[in-house]
Design a protein around this ligand. Structure first.
Ligand code: XMP
Length: 305
């Protein structure tokens, strides 16, 4: 486990030295990795840092507001509202890897515009150790690795948490005094809720996934899962009131893991599962069925796409 205090001191001096008097820009995702990278960089270079948060419309419930609050101290925070552009670009796209690449492309476009405005020569990224391993292994094209540097002309890329595992990043987040909602928040994929709806990304499916994820996250807090969420996996028949409905099927997933590279499906008690089911079907008229995923990784991945 990393020793957070000396790590922070070293990271700050390294960033100061590397960036010098240039301007830097970072894409904030709402997750702990980019938040820690941003906080470290802000300590090192202050106003020379612009942090760009793109609200893709694929974020978790309340995420944009939390970012605004957490980074209110940063003059250089820019919130870009791009929900409509992302949903537009994703219209008709069903293949998982194509979804990732459309999102990556759109993200770059949004980010490029802000980076040019900020007149930044240095790109800061919240890449952590497992991101590098999985991308190098070609398992999935994690869009926070690769892409950006080739497209935008930065002189330098700084990755202050590149050698840390997720639990170590959290340790550093706590030491930095980042709000616990950010420090303790579960990992969330770069493409967001787009990989938690199977097939085409529509506003209706994303809204169902967002609300259901929120239910799962809150109901399972005491289980301290490494990651717990819900995904919209298809449609099926149900009965609501006196009517047969063709509604969404939501799958609930909760896993234990250290680094996301392998994971075990968590054993939950029946009452908890039933409470989740009843909240998700009760709060969403268009959900007909809730199932629980018992598959470990491998053979399944954590996310559905
Ligand atoms: P999988 O689904 O591959 O996920 O078992 C392992 C961990 O990575 C997250 N994940 C992603 N993170 N971009 C990301 O930044 C992605 O495209 C992506 N896909 C999965 C996932 O949430 C889990 O924590």
């Amino acid at each position: 486990m990393v020793d957070a205090e000396p790590f922070i001191e070293d990271a700050i001096s390294e960033i100061e030295e590397t960036v010098g008097d240039r301007n830097a820009v970072i894409g904030l995702s709402g997750g702990v990795d980019s938040s820690v990278a941003a906080a470290l960089t802000h300590r090192a270079i202050g106003d020379q840092l612009t942090a760009v948060y793109v609200d893709t419309g694929l974020m978790r419930k309340g995420e944009t507001e939390e970012i605004e609050e957490t980074f209110a101290f940063m003059d250089g925070l820019r919130i870009v509202h791009a929900e409509e552009r992302f949903l537009g670009a994703l219209s008709g796209v069903t293949d998982p890897e194509e979804k990732r690449s459309v999102i990556g492309e759109q993200f770059i476009r949004e980010f490029e515009r802000e980076a040019r405005d900020a007149d930044a020569d240095v790109l800061v990224q919240g890449t952590i150790y497992p991101d590098r391993i999985e991308s190098e292994g070609g398992i999935k094209s994690h869009h926070n690795v690769g892409g950006l540097p080739e497209r935008i002309d930065f002189d330098e890329i700084v990755e202050p948490v590149r050698d840390l595992y997720k639990d170590e990043v959290r340790e550093v987040a706590r030491e930095l005094g980042l709000q616990s909602i950010i420090a303790e928040r579960m990992p969330f994929p770069g493409p967001g809720l787009a990989v938690r709806v199977i097939g085409e990304v529509t506003k209706e499916k994303v809204d169902v996934a967002r609300e259901a994820c929120h239910v799962v996250e809150t109901e399972l807090e005491s289980y301290e899962p490494w990651q717990a969420f819900a995904a919209v996996i298809g449609k099926g028949t149900g009965v609501k009131g006196d009517n047969r409905v063709h509604g969404w099927i939501v799958s609930v997933r909760s896993v234990e893991s250290r680094d996301g590279m392998t994971a075990r499906a968590q054993e939950l008690d029946w009452e908890t599962l039933q409470r989740i089911q009843s909240r998700i079907t009760g709060e969403n008229d268009n959900v007909a069925r809730v199932v629980y995923d018992v598959t470990h990784k491998p053979p399944a991945t954590i996310e559905y796409e």
